[in-house]
Design a protein around this ligand. Structure first.
Ligand code: NAI
Length: 338
């Protein structure tokens, strides 16, 4: 049984949960890891999203508290909480979109790959639940190292016979959000007017901003290119160091996750022309997964776009990115295949 805030069960309520029962228009979304640093603001922002009719909040700790709190917001989505492994299946049943920010974050001095030991197992368990309870859901995977957790999820779904590459998306949106912000600062523009494609993966040198393809069209000096590329690649570490042991990016990540989830939901609704960057199964390079722009539609990532023309600086970066990415992907695949 889902945990509900006590009042929602009170007999005085005429139609407790009537919106959910009546199949109110909108999508059913689950957040796994909803009580965490990312999970909480992400839950709040998804409760504010008019495309969401039902919001399931799952965590192994503190889900009842977060659920009670979020459920008092007077927005449309019906909120239910689920605590611990025995409630995972109830949390997932019937979901259209599952967002996964479960797992440990970095501390100063750690790489994303250092998180593999703990987070690989968490992602495996959660994806086994998805394969069983909502095999058709779109999955937005945030847990790091994304370069390895996405291949892990794919292997779990393959084993279960439910793998649909269009529906598994590693969330690299924070890299795009950072790139838009930092480029806008350099150009003296409003970041809302700037769009920077960021391709490759989501760790260090695998994060490859394509500054030659920035919109609106603009040019950069070699110093600016060096500064921006490095700052975008190290954006996560900048936050980890500033937080000095208290975790990694949570608020900007929640913002980015919601921006991406909203794009996925608009795609599911059938809106045309929804294009965002994500780490997906890909034939753009020789690697089985790669982040590029994808077109989001009713079936998930319906189209994976090519890289487009790269300059020399980007071609060199691409080779470095592929080398590290290949090892990270392999590590994820081997974790399941053993
Ligand atoms: P956090 O530690 O604050 O929260 C993680 C939550 O996951 C906790 O509430 C914890 O109880 C929960 N959890 C642990 N095991 C679980 C399980 N088996 N099932 C369900 N929930 C479980 O960490 P934070 O800061 O929210 O980060 C979460 C993850 O997101 C980390 O792996 C971090 O590296 C990653 N991340 C990814 C980014 C991206 O751009 N893709 C950016 C920032 C962080």
């Amino acid at each position: 049984h889902p945990i509900k805030p006590q009042m929602a069960e009170h007999p005085i309520l005429r139609q407790a949960d009537c919106r959910a029962k009546g199949g109110a228009p909108g999508f059913k979304v689950a957040i796994l890891g909803a009580a965490g640093g990312i999970g909480q603001p992400l839950a709040m922002l998804m409760k504010m999203n008019p495309l969401v009719s039902v919001l399931h909040l799952y965590d192994v700790v503190n889900a009842p508290g977060v659920t009670a709190d979020i459920s008092h917001m007077d927005t449309g989505a019906v909120v239910r909480g689920f605590l611990g492994q025995p409630q995972l299946e109830n949390a997932l049943t019937g979901m259209d979109l599952v967002i996964i920010p479960a797992g440990v974050p970095r501390k100063p001095g750690m790489t994303r790959d250092d998180l593999f030991k703990i987070n690989a197992g968490i992602v495996k368990t959660l994806c086994e639940g998805i394969a069983k309870c909502c095999p058709n859901a779109v999955v937005n995977l945030i847990s790091n190292p994304v370069n390895s957790t996405v291949p892990i999820a794919a292997e779990v779904f393959k084993k279960a016979g439910t793998y649909d590459p269009k529906k598994l998306l590693g969330v690299t949106m924070l890299d795009v959000v950072r790139a838009n912000t930092f480029v806008a600062e350099v150009l003296g523009l409003d970041p809302r007017e700037v769009n920077v494609p960021v391709v490759g993966g989501h760790a260090g040198v695998t994060i490859l901003p394509l500054l030659s393809q920035v919109k609106p069209p603009c040019s950069f000096t070699p110093d600016e290119i060096e500064y921006l590329t490095k700052r975008i690649q190290d954006g996560g570490t900048e936050v980890v160091q500033a937080k000095a042991g208290a975790g990694s990016a949570t608020l900007s990540m929640a913002y980015a996750a919601v921006k991406f989830a909203d794009a996925c939901l608009r795609g599911l609704r059938g809106d045309a022309g929804i294009v965002e960057c994500a780490f997906v199964a890909s034939q753009v390079t020789e690697l089985p997964f790669f982040a590029t722009k994808v077109r989001l539609g009713r079936a998930g990532a319906e189209e994976v776009y090519q890289l487009g023309p790269l300059n020399e600086y980007e071609r060199v970066g691409l080779e470095k990115a592929k080398e590290e990415l290949e090892a990270s992907i392999q590590k994820g695949v081997s974790f399941i295949r053993k």
